[in-house]
Design a protein around this ligand. Structure first.
Ligand code: PGA
Length: 313
């Protein structure tokens, strides 16, 4: 039986995550020689090297990689156990790790607000990134729950749809297409188009629509942020297709308009997902319930004129 203390495993996991003894020491608020001593003792009791130093770079060995996976599973189970104990004592305490795609950041923090009021002892981390990076986090089991549309089909997931996410064509209110009705999709070919970056779920959905209809648009700009796209559309640089959830203030103020284009909005839905086989903590289960209930109060179609009541498949 390997003689390793929880502290040594914790130090090892921190070094492995950062790829650095110095940064691990900083995170753990201990001296760097202490980190080195803990890793030396752990290496001795395992009997094989855990790290390999090449130049300035620190790499995990095969054994190191195995140990990292074991540590992550162990710490997750311990955290879940602590949350279960707190729950049995009538308290919700512990950490909730959430990750959402960029377009969900327009409503997820509000849902988190009401959850935090109910459970003030829950510590929350929210990662906001694009679809591709979110799927990478998912595959590495970095978070409890993920919010995105079009969950990947080649990963075993438990997924629940909870809200419509229509992707709409937008233009500045003084754009020539803004006043037109029943615009055919082909008409977009003549327009300057502003597209999200590769790896974005919005971009994939838009490209699929254009490819399916044999449309090739003139992409004038590629931008990695919904906010930057809105500003560019407002600045007259072109038109775009974005999630209606990003657009409420500008549509309400009348600065942007939803274009009446055939085949649009693109029907999508938000899903909350986790890896199948993952044991959700008590806190994650509570948030999941909260999300499913509270999201029913969000109605995007009421806020956007011209949007069909349920535009999503
Ligand atoms: P993204 O998100 O464009 O920010 O990647 C959209 C999604 O996954 O639906």
């Amino acid at each position: 039986m390997i003689q390793a203390t929880l502290h040594q495993l914790h130090v090892f996991e921190t070094v492995a995550r950062h790829g650095s003894f110095t940064r691990a020491a900083e995170e753990l608020s201990i001296a760097q020689p202490t980190v080195s001593t803990q890793i030396k003792q752990l290496t001795k009791s395992i009997g094989l090297p855990l790290f390999e130093q090449i130049g300035k770079q620190l790499y995990l060995t095969d054994v190191g990689r195995e140990l990292l996976t074991t540590c992550q599973t162990l710490f997750e189970s311990l955290e879940n156990f602590e949350m279960t104990v707190a729950d049995l004592q009538g308290k919700k305490r512990g950490k909730l790790r959430l990750a959402t795609v960029t377009t969900a950041k327009y409503f997820v923090p509000r849902l988190l607000g009401s959850f935090c009021k109910q459970y003030p002892d829950v510590e929350i981390s929210l990662q906001v990134t694009n679809h591709q990076k979110l799927v990478r986090r998912m595959l590495a089991n970095q978070d409890d729950l993920y919010i995105l549309s079009r969950p990947p089909e080649d990963v075993k997931l438990v997924s629940q749809p909870f809200l419509d996410n229509p992707l709409v064509a937008i233009a500045a209110s003084n754009h020539p297409l803004a006043q037109r009705q029943h615009v055919p999709l082909k008409a977009l070919q003549g327009e300057s188009f502003i597209m999200r970056e590769p790896g974005s779920g919005t971009r994939n959905a838009v490209k699929q629509l254009f490819d399916r209809n044999g449309i090739s648009v003139n992409v004038r700009l590629e931008l990695g942020s919904n906010e930057a796209i809105k500003q560019s559309v407002l600045g007259g640089l072109g038109i775009s297709v974005l999630s209606a959830h990003c657009l409420l203030p500008e549509l309400t103020m009348g600065e942007l308009v939803v274009l009446d284009v055939a085949e649009l909005p693109i029907p999508c839905r938000w899903y909350v997902v986790h890896l199948s086989g993952k044991q959700l903590s008590v806190v994650a289960q509570s948030f999941l319930q909260h999300l499913l209930t509270e999201s029913q109060k969000i109605s995007i179609s009421n806020s956007i004129s011209g949007m069909p009541e349920s535009s999503c498949a």
